[in-house]
Design a protein. Structure first.
Length: 591
């Protein structure tokens, strides 16, 4: 029974490690063990696989000539497109770049979220002794971008009701109107306006309004019918990006990256590989029509989303996802990109009339409470996996502790303490069972040596000893298994919380989302794991006994590359477990 108990624990732990390894492979672009690698399609494709048809993605490629309804808009000239004029906007929280090609947002830098600071190995040590160091300047996180390394933009435009081309879209050369480009002190907002030429009898005016302290950009589209006949255009709003994993992440970050759609009733994630495998003309697996909801592009810590709903109103829309082989304007090379978006019918616009449609574009951090205020269920872009039902209350508790301590590191410690208190009596039973097992271990060892040639009699004698000593060999296993969902949920909370980025703890730990620069926490965690092994009963089987000492060393290697916040969580849990086990062993007279 002792072997069974240990086997259960090792199976659960090993399965968890295997899933982490598999997710690591997927994060780094390797095929999952559970699925074939995605097909590499070389033939060009158009976006999306929806009834209306849209222009091909990205602002720098010329539309493909076509007269087929539902295909990409036709070009009016075979000449290369003129170079786009770029306009830079600065506020207190973002620095954005807009392109005159389609009036597209092609870059957005988050000024309050620096990328991981490049530091020399000795700098945190100097700071521990009160010496000032001069780390290399930190770069801010760039979410939207159009560079040789990254292709991720927010596009919009018009298509006719029947599909195809003929109206201003994200390939149309637009004119930027004069105005302020930097949010001045005391100024609450600034607006940048673009105007298209008349295309198909329609002129499109688009304005972006950036607000102080806000990651939401108000986007207003004014459709002016300058033709002599009514038109019924549809507005498309889409996010387009490559399938490359976000830069600067730990190899063990395995949260979701890709499109997400909410239809007002159901939140759906769409894997890049599912878009890749979908054949031309095939119906997507996600919702395609609704009168509520939003679309987003999600990655670890950050997200972008198009939002159009107003309280108390319903707006029909079509959702789409797609793929295309397109040209990266920064390199001139063909790149595979994926899109998610929505098509919104604007209704009939009479000759000489103007119709206005307002949308919001969110590009920023996954701050759960703020996302929930922007749109229903938008907070779901923060990926907790299957443990959402436990992770959300744990995150709430963590934020309450942060209000008390003012430090995320100490908040993690406090949260583990509260969890240990909540499970104190359950753990006490488990540790008491382990202590009793350790107390009778000499008797078990003597019996096994005496009956080593009689396995059946050995098992019977072992069960007799357990009954006489009133020991349940599974008593130390089941309480631990019962707690595992809570600790795994806490792992996801720490992994997904953007507030951990750049958050210091003490001394050399200047970023809880980065690995310990000196590996002090992982070393301490390894030592505490070995101490736990010493406190637990020694398995009767010598091979298994040796493995009990070797396995903590093997598994601890992983923690050398884990974020410091996660290692701090495990270390705190180990220390508290050791303290409780030691007290129980002493109380029961077990050495």
């Amino acid at each position: 029974m002792t072997d069974i108990r240990r086997s259960i624990l090792w199976v659960v732990f090993s399965a968890s490690l295997f899933l982490i390894w598999d997710a690591w492979n997927k994060h780094n672009g390797q095929p999952s063990f559970f699925a074939p690698p995605p097909a590499k399609v070389a033939a060009p494709a158009t976006l999306p696989a929806s009834g209306g048809g849209l222009p091909k993605p990205t602002t720098a490629i010329a539309p493909v000539a076509s007269t087929t309804p539902g295909a990409a808009p036709a070009t009016t000239s075979t000449a290369a497109p003129t170079e786009a004029a770029l306009t830079e906007i600065s506020t207190d929280v973002v620095k954005a770049t807009l392109s005159s090609t389609g009036g597209t947002l092609v870059r957005l830098e988050l000024l309050k979220y620096p990328d991981h600071v490049v530091r020399e190995w000795y700098e945190p040590l100097l700071e521990m002794f009160g010496r000032k160091s001069t780390p290399a300047p930190a770069k801010d996180v760039v979410l939207l971008d159009q560079t040789p390394e990254r292709l991720y933009v927010a596009e919009s435009g018009l298509v006719p009701a029947a599909g195809g081309s003929g109206l201003p879209n994200h390939h149309t050369a637009m004119t930027v109107l004069p105005g302020e480009r930097t949010l001045a002190a005391g100024q609450k907002a600034l607006t940048v306006q673009y105007e298209s030429p008349v295309v198909g009898g329609v002129k499109l005016r688009r304005s972006y309004t950036f607000k102080r302290g806000d990651y939401v950009v108000d986007v207003r589209n004014e459709v002016v019918n300058e033709s002599g006949a009514p038109v019924s255009p549809r507005l498309y709003l889409q996010l387009v990006r490559d399938g490359i994993a976000p830069p600067g992440e730990s190899s063990f970050y395995f949260t979701f990256t890709g499109p997400a759609i909410d239809d007002g009733a159901k939140f759906q994630k769409v894997e890049f590989k599912d878009i890749e495998k979908r054949s031309a003309g095939a119906k997507p697996d996600h919702t395609t029509e609704s009168d509520a909801g939003w679309v987003a592009m999600v990655q670890h810590y950050f997200a972008s989303a198009w939002l159009i709903d107003k309280e108390g109103t319903k707006q029909p829309r079509e959702y789409f996802t797609g793929k295309a082989d397109t040209v990266n304007p920064a390199t001139g090379q063909t790149a595979r990109v994926y899109s998610v978006g929505m098509l919104v019918p604007l209704g009939e616009v009479a000759p000489g009339a103007t119709k206005t449609f307002d949308a919001k574009l969110f590009v920023g951090p996954q701050e759960e409470n703020k996302l929930a205020e922007l749109a229903p269920r938008l907070e779901l872009v923060k990926d907790y996996g299957i443990f959402k039902i436990l992770a959300e209350p744990l995150f709430w508790l963590l934020t309450q502790l942060h209000k008390i301590f003012g430090n995320w590191g100490w908040s993690i410690v406090g949260l583990v303490v509260l969890l240990k208190i909540a499970f104190y009596w359950l753990n006490a039973k488990a540790y008491a069972s382990m202590a009793k097992m350790k107390a009778i271990n000499p008797k078990i060892m003597e019996m096994r040596e005496r009956l080593k040639d009689k396995p059946q009699q050995m098992q019977q004698e072992m069960m007799r000893i357990y009954r006489e000593e009133k020991v349940n060999p599974l008593g130390g296993c089941l309480p631990i298994v019962a707690q595992m969902p809570f600790f795994i949920s806490l792992y996801w909370v720490l992994l997904s919380t953007v507030e951990m980025r750049g958050a210091p703890w003490i001394g050399w730990i200047t970023d809880l989302s980065a690995k310990d620069p000196y590996f002090i926490l992982p070393i301490l965690m390894t030592l505490t794991s070995l101490l736990q092994t010493w406190l637990n009963p020694t398995p009767p089987d010598p091979v298994q006994a040796r493995m009990m000492w070797i396995m903590p060393l093997i598994f601890s290697v992983m923690f050398f590359v884990f974020p410091a916040g996660l290692v701090l969580y495990w270390l705190t849990n180990n220390i508290l477990s050791i303290a409780q086990q030691y007290v129980i062993n002493k109380r029961l007279g077990v050495n």
